[in-house]
Write a protein that binds this ligand. Structure first.
Ligand code: URA
Length: 439
């Protein structure tokens, strides 16, 4: 016999352990509405204070995954895989990673999100591509994955509906910051895509949600243990987000960088390196590569040979975008009316960057949302962003700001100057990949 919702709450409130049946019944009630919002919020607060065991986290993740449709991929002749990033600045990894893996024989049904807090979202970046549909019906989604090997789209209403409802309640009851609930929330959506393997990019630093390494490490460990416990092979890379991943922040400006990598014009830098590392990890995990090194070489070849670009073009065309987007991206990505370089007052080396402030500056320029319903201006943001260790000065910019007006550009320039700390000596370079958790 399953427990009443109030008994589930009491047991968790008192630090007891819930079995999988009780958790599943509670989540079913949450989804159908028989468990009331006030009961969900009390449950969330009890979990926030008391925590959950590994078994409880797995049960919550699976129950939330099963609250809607779980995709199946019958007849696909390669592994079904995906990546999740906890979010940062200048992170367009998905735009290269999905087609590069598709070119290596994998299928990547990638369910992505919009900007959250100060971070950019993959869907907002894809919206810069005219005609690209981020919300196709399931038949078009599956067809695109079959034909292009990858499709990057938004969450559909029928995937993990319990998470949408639960998250909205957590958002207004001070219960978002629970490792247990974050783990179940992220994984329920990913696992509903019916994956064989998943790689996680868990970021820490000034531009990440988890600013400290210890918090990021705990999240990575929780995600990896629960995902593997729920039956999906998962590895996490713990990566540095103390500076933007690319030299651009802002939707169309970041798409420009992705186009440069896909077309072979850019073959260095942190964004390029992390794309290869995440891809190599997945190729090795799924047996598509004999070793990490082999996976790395296959990723390089996929980008160098133009095969990743070809998969990207197929995906864009299948989802309604221009067939020649990669060849003629400048014709499709409109520049902002105003652009100007931002010079620092002193000469020296970039010591540290408040990366979060760059994300906030993009939002203030109109490139992100203050409220959920805000429209986004894809053209605004920053390019030529200096990285840690770069030598800058009154004649060498720390960024170029792209804005809708001169006033907005001036405000953004001030904010970006405040985000950079410059000193006389070159700082030590920090590693991009800090740790690997899981297989
Ligand atoms: N992202 C999610 O999808 N869920 C959370 O709970 C936090 C971040």
């Amino acid at each position: 016999m399953t427990l009443l919702p109030q008994e589930v709450i009491r047991r968790k409130r008192d630090g007891g352990e819930l079995d999988a049946d009780a958790i599943r019944a509670f989540v079913e009630g949450l989804t159908s509405g028989t468990v009331k919002n006030e009961q969900v919020s009390a449950f969330a607060m009890a979990v926030f204070f008391r925590g959950m065991s590994l078994d409880e986290r797995v049960a919550l993740t699976l129950a939330m995954r099963d609250s809607g449709r779980v995709m199946t991929w019958k007849g696909f002749d390669g592994p079904i895989i995906d990546k999740h990033s906890t979010g940062g600045i200048g992170d367009t990894v998905s735009l290269m990673l999905a087609p590069a893996l598709a070119a290596c024989g994998c299928y990547v049904p990638m369910i992505s999100g919009r900007g959250l807090g100060h971070t950019g979202g993959t869907l907002d970046k894809l919206d810069s591509i005219p005609g690209y549909r981020t919300n196709p019906d399931n038949a078009l989604f599956q067809r695109t994955v079959r034909e292009a090997g990858c499709a990057i789209i938004g969450q559909t209403d029928d995937l993990a509906p319990a998470d949408r409802k639960f998250y909205a309640i957590r958002d207004v009851t001070g219960t978002v910051e629970s490792l247990d609930l974050i783990t179940a929330s992220i994984l329920s959506k990913k696992l509903a895509a019916g994956l064989d393997a998943l790689v996680l990019d868990v970021k820490c630093g000034t531009g990440a949600f988890m600013a400290t390494r210890a918090d990021a490490q705990s999240l990575a460990e929780s995600l990896v243990t629960v995902a593997n416990g729920a039956g999906t092979r998962t590895t996490a890379l713990l990566t540095d987000m103390n500076e933007p991943l690319a030299d651009a922040a802002g939707n169309a400006l970041e798409v420009n960088v992705a186009v440069d990598i896909l077309t072979g014009r850019l073959t260095t830098g942190r964004l390029y390196d992390i794309t290869l590392a995440l891809g190599a990890t997945l190729l090795f995990m799924t047996g598509q590569a004999a070793s990490e090194a082999d996976g790395h070489a296959r990723m390089v070849d996929s980008l160098d040979s133009g095969q990743a670009a070809e998969r990207f073009s197929r995906m864009v065309r299948a989802l309604g975008g221009p067939a020649d987007f990669l060849e003629n991206s400048t014709a499709y990505l409109n520049p902002a009316p105003v652009s100007r370089d931002v010079m620092p007052e002193e000469r020296g080396f970039v010591q540290a960057i408040d990366t979060r402030a760059i994300g906030i500056a993009v939002i203030e320029l109109g490139g992100g949302r203050r409220a959920v319903t805000d429209p986004i201006d894809p053209s605004v943001g920053f390019s030529n962003l200096a990285g840690i260790g770069d030598n800058v000065g009154p004649d060498v910019e720390i960024a170029t700001v792209h804005a809708a007006s001169a006033d907005a550009a001036e405000r953004a320039a001030e904010r970006i100057r405040g985000a950079y700390r410059i000193g006389p000596d070159a700082p030590d370079q920090t590693a991009l990949i800090l740790d690997r958790i899981g297989a």
